[in-house]
Design a protein around this ligand. Structure first.
Ligand code: SF4
Ligand code: SF4
Length: 186
């Protein structure tokens, strides 16, 4: 649910963890789809906007997530994030009837310029985790077109195979026709 895909769960095997920094400490994943993996929850400290959504929804009685000033943890957390983010994507079968396994797929929409705590971007992120390698987006003008194409940066990205969403924006109220043209051209 992170609007910026700044906090993510990661999975790693003992093989992929060889040479990991000592501070990279996981826990055994406890579902059958993830057997043999270590589980991590890691934030990208330089991409977190501090919106607090993840802390608010954390369901444990004593919060497992807390917000901490960047200057006190930034360097250590950045090192952990860079290590985990560079790991190969785990081969986990995604069950389309639950949201959990989808979260181990790389989001193909990340670090957008939407407002901190935006309620719209988590849905876009989830759709790219399910279908992003073959998505074509005809984006009507609105918030999603602004944070979706804030030149010179772009929050849409690719998976390890170089596949990701194709995106274009249409101004005014012609999006359906615009998307139809994209579909015909594709
Ligand atoms: S505080 Fe907000 S931006 Fe930062 S990781 Fe949590 S949900 Fe994401
Ligand atoms: S104004 Fe737009 S970008 Fe900001 S929170 Fe609302 S939907 Fe998200």
């Amino acid at each position: 649910m992170c609007p910026h895909a700044a906090i993510r769960p990661y999975l790693a095997t003992s093989v992929t963890l060889q040479g990991a920094p000592e501070s990279v400490i996981g826990k055994p994943a406890n579902s059958k789809e993830m057997a043999g993996h270590q589980y991590f929850m890691q934030v990208s400290p330089l991409d977190c906007t501090g919106c607090g959504n993840c802390v608010d929804v954390c369901p444990t009685k004593v919060k497992s997530l807390t917000l901490t000033p960047l200057e006190t943890v930034g360097t250590a957390e950045l090192r952990k994030f860079e290590y985990l983010a560079a790991l190969p994507e785990p081969e986990v079968e995604v069950n389309p009837t639950t949201v959990i396994t989808s979260q181990f797929k790389k989001p193909l929409f990340e670090y957008s310029g939407a407002c901190a705590g935006c309620g719209e971007t988590p849905y876009i992120k989830l759709v790219t985790q399910l279908f992003g390698d073959r998505m074509m987006i005809a984006n009507a003008t609105g918030c999603s077109s602004i944070y979706g194409g804030s030149a010179p940066s772009c929050p849409y990205t690719t998976n390890g195979k170089g596949q990701g969403p194709a995106w274009a924006n249409s101004l005014f109220e012609d999006t359906a026709e615009f998307g139809y043209g994209m579909a015909l051209a594709g």
